[in-house]
Design a binder for this molecule. Structure first.
Ligand code: NIG
Ligand code: FE
Length: 408
């Protein structure tokens, strides 16, 4: 058995889970001050409550951890990252500051294409090493559940390389983290796609060659598509998602980030696990998502970095959709691994309350990955991953902004 005791806050997310992450307030976090938790050797929670109420039968446990001055909570979840890539695009940042837009830069041959060139140029081994360092940095923020997308290969051998790196990360962190891998072959069109016919051919290749191989080689848990203006259109996105679902993969969608293309509505219609970004999504489409049970993954780091208007939390509340928060970690639109900072941005820029932000970065993230039955909240009998953080309250995690890391 293992005993954790004297935690400044033990956060259970009891009400967050029972409300399915919608309209969360601070009482829903189920905070127990001076909290204690007992698990068996498999991590199953046997008891939780106030340290002073610890039952006698647990008082002799020798594996014990004093959490004075710390909080213990359900794993923080970064449910949307493009973590496996090489190189950087710092000059694009400078270009944007000088007045160019993300789309201008992409159209001029920068953007995702630039990262593809830098990524195909290095070996799987090197890619694994740099990606591993990123996961370690992420863990310092208390993140214990991570989603990793491919998408900087854009040909089967190169996409396969990225997915294999993600799978190796999954295996090497298996005792500490849950890693979910998402195939995003439809992240951009490769260089050889000049005409509409070429682009359709690439979509066919994704459906007929890549997706079946992803499934056969067990390289991913889910499939995602960048459905947006200048990227994959509705027909192409739908085709890829249908095929992925047919093969038994979970489906997700990059939706309404650069333009409102009714991506949120497509995600609802297809019953995706999540629709992500949503900067331009309309209320009526968010309502459709809520009805279909699709999680809204909100990525304030991207709005922050690209200088775009944030998602309005009033709209999210009105729609009834479950929000999740993630970093969108990638070299172009959000090179930041700091999930607590995303909570800070959500509060100061989008109008989330601190409780909403915390719920979205834990339960919401778990729901966006389809693991919210076992993760994202704590109760007796569950076997959830835990985060332990060197702060005295969950509010400190959000208020001490852009902090270099708290994890124990
Ligand atoms: O989530 N939207 C698509 N992909 C990334 C950007 C990737 C890049 O610029 O490299 C995003 O913002
Ligand atoms: Fe993204």
């Amino acid at each position: 058995l293992k005993l954790y005791f004297n935690a400044s806050e033990l956060i259970t997310n009891k009400g967050v889970a029972s409300k399915d992450g919608v309209s969360v307030d601070e009482t829903d976090l189920g905070i127990i001050h001076e909290g204690a938790l007992v698990t068996d050797d498999t991590g199953k929670i046997l008891w939780l409550g106030r340290t002073m109420d610890l039952p006698r039968r647990y008082s002799k446990i020798t594996r014990r951890m004093d959490l004075s001055g710390k909080i213990i909570c359900p794993a923080l979840v970064d449910c949307h990252t493009h973590l496996v890539f090489a190189g950087a695009r710092h000059s694009e940042f400078a270009m944007r500051i000088a007045g160019k837009s993300y789309s201008d830069i992409a159209a001029a041959g920068g953007g995702i294409k630039s990262s593809v060139e830098q990524t195909v140029a290095i070996t799987e081994e090197k890619l694994f090493k740099i990606s591993k360092a990123r996961i370690e940095a992420m863990m310092a923020y208390g993140v214990r559940i991570v989603e990793i997308k491919s998408g900087y290969g854009l040909s089967w051998p190169e996409e396969r390389k990225l997915l294999r790196v993600a799978q190796r990360l999954k295996a090497s962190f298996a005792d500490k983290l849950i890693i979910r891998v998402t195939f995003l072959g439809a992240h951009a069109f490769p260089k050889w796609c000049k005409t509409k016919q070429d682009r359709d051919q690439f979509v066919d290749e994704i459906c007929e060659v890549m997706l079946p191989a992803v499934k056969r080689e067990k390289l991913a848990d889910a499939c995602d598509v960048f459905f947006d203006k200048g990227y994959f259109d509705r027909r192409q996105s739908e085709k890829i998602l249908r095929k992925a679902r047919l093969l038994g993969l979970d489906i997700k969608l990059h939706a309404d980030e650069l333009a409102d293309t009714n991506g949120a509505a497509l995600a609802a219609e297809m019953r995706c696990l999540s629709a992500d970004h949503l900067l331009k999504a309309k209320l009526i489409n968010l309502k459709k998502m809520a009805k279909a049970g699709v999680t809204a993954v909100i990525l304030p780091g991207t709005a922050f970095y690209l200088g775009l208007p944030y998602v309005d939390m009033k709209k999210i509340r009105k729609s009834g959709v479950t929000p999740a928060l993630a970093t969108d970690y990638n070299p172009g639109s959000s090179p930041c691994l700091n999930l607590p900072f995303m909570m800070t941005l959500a509060c100061t820029q989008m109008g989330m309350t601190t409780a909403e932000a915390f719920g979205a970065a834990t339960y919401g993230g778990a729901r966006a990955l389809g693991v919210h039955k076992q993760q994202g909240h704590l109760s007796v009998g569950m076997r959830p991953l835990l985060s332990i953080l060197r702060v005295t309250s969950y509010q400190a995690l959000i208020a001490e902004y852009a902090h270099p890391g708290f994890s124990v």
